[in-house]
Design a protein around this ligand. Structure first.
Ligand SMILES: Cc1ncc(COP(=O)(O)O)c(C=O)c1O
Length: 358
């Protein structure tokens, strides 16, 4: 039997330096207010409505009721929708389906969500980062992405919360004759007028990723969707595991996508928008820069982000910081419950008062 140290030597060489994704759950931290993972503060599931009688049977690879419910919500056809274990699985699935090891690359506009690069690396695929303009719009020259099999655009972008207009995304599609353009719409329910799902009919190489983890308050469920032309979905379904959607996931997700579930999400989205406005107001006079947010979080920069961070930690408020140079003065705050938001706002107001008194 190989010794523990020799197990390490069995590892794929290209994974030796891989740092796992620093998810909020992995970083952890002691706190009372968790506003570090862009989750919803609400719990919506009614388990009383569930029926697990068929749990002794394998589920369908793509449960019909759930696909119908999401297709109807997204305004697309059934053959356009694939259900995955969160949008994260869809990212990896696309790479595994379309990229040849040692030959192909993916590209993404950066700084953005860390999993594009990590998933590519774990699949043995290289990635190209294309920096956004300073205002987080798309750069005019991104010709180096043109050879990539997959180009990811996170919209709204995590962690900045900024939006790329559908017009600009269409321009990328027109200039990408080769490869797929993947628009990660994990936060689009907070800014639904910017979705590009209606472009799928026109562009068979467009893929849209969605999730129930954010506006639908189901991060713990692990349910996401890939929306694309049948040419794409048919290939992806060959690579997807045979039973990715468990019976409880199907039932809870279908409940969330009922007309009552959608109405509840819309009501909660409105409350989140109100609380976001309160937080944006409170950041005036404390932050040096606050980015416009089309999502359920706010990214702000500070003269002394370390000092702000220390204050947050003292109050057991767990937000999110970044190591990349461009974001080193920034902190991302998820909009939590009204009570959590008030705790954060009170902290900023107290800091402003202390500053004024000095
Ligand atoms: C931009 C973006 N895409 C995808 C995901 C993953 O979503 P899911 O929970 O559906 O895997 C996240 C999660 O934070 C995200 O921020």
């Amino acid at each position: 039997m190989p010794m523990e140290s020799s197990i390490e030597s069995l590892l794929r060489e290209d994974l030796a330096d891989l740092k796992p994704y620093q998810s909020a759950r992995r970083i952890g931290g002691k706190g009372k207010v968790f506003i570090n993972a862009n989750e919803s503060p609400f719990t919506n599931v009614d388990l009383g409505d569930m029926n697990f009688e068929t749990i002794n049977r394998y589920p369908e690879q793509q449960p019909e009721r759930l696909i119908e419910a999401y297709a109807s919500y997204a305004g697309v056809n059934l053959e356009n929708v694939v259900c995955t274990r969160g949008a994260d699985e869809a990212i990896e699935l696309l790479i595994r389906t379309f990229c040849n090891v040692g030959k192909d690359s993916i590209s993404y506009f950066a700084p953005s969500y860390g999993m594009y690069q990590i998933s590519a690396t774990t699949c043995g695929i290289s990635s190209i980062q294309v920096p956004f303009n300073d205002d987080y719009t798309l750069p005019s020259d991104w010709s180096n992405t043109e050879k990539s099999k997959l180009t990811f655009i996170c919209n709204p972008n995590n962690p900045t919360g900024t939006i790329i207009t559908p017009v600009d995304i269409k321009a990328v599609l027109n200039r990408t004759p080769f490869g797929l353009v993947v628009v990660d719409e994990a936060y689009i329910d907070f800014s639904i007028e910017n979705t590009v799902t209606d472009l799928i009919k026109e562009f068979p190489n467009l893929v849209v990723l969605r999730t129930l983890s954010k506006a639908f308050a189901l991060a713990g469920l692990r349910c996401g969707f890939l929306i694309a032309s049948p040419q794409v979905t048919q290939q992806v379904l060959k690579v997807l595991a045979p039973y990715p959607v468990s019976v409880p996931v199907e039932q809870i997700a279908t409940q969330a996508l009922s007309s009552e579930g959608i109405a509840l999400m819309q009501q909660q989205r409105q409350l989140i928008a109100q609380n976001k406005q309160r937080l944006l107001d409170a950041l005036k006079g404390i932050a040096t820069k606050v980015l416009p947010s089309a999502s359920n979080f706010v990214y702000a920069e500070f003269d002394d982000a370390d000092a702000i961070w220390r204050e947050l930690v003292n109050q057991e408020i767990i937000a999110r910081r970044y190591v990349v140079e461009k974001l080193k003065n920034g902190i991302r705050f998820t909009i939590g419950s009204t009570t959590e938001n008030c705790t954060l706002i009170n902290l900023f107001n107290n800091m402003k008062q202390l500053k004024d008194e000095q």
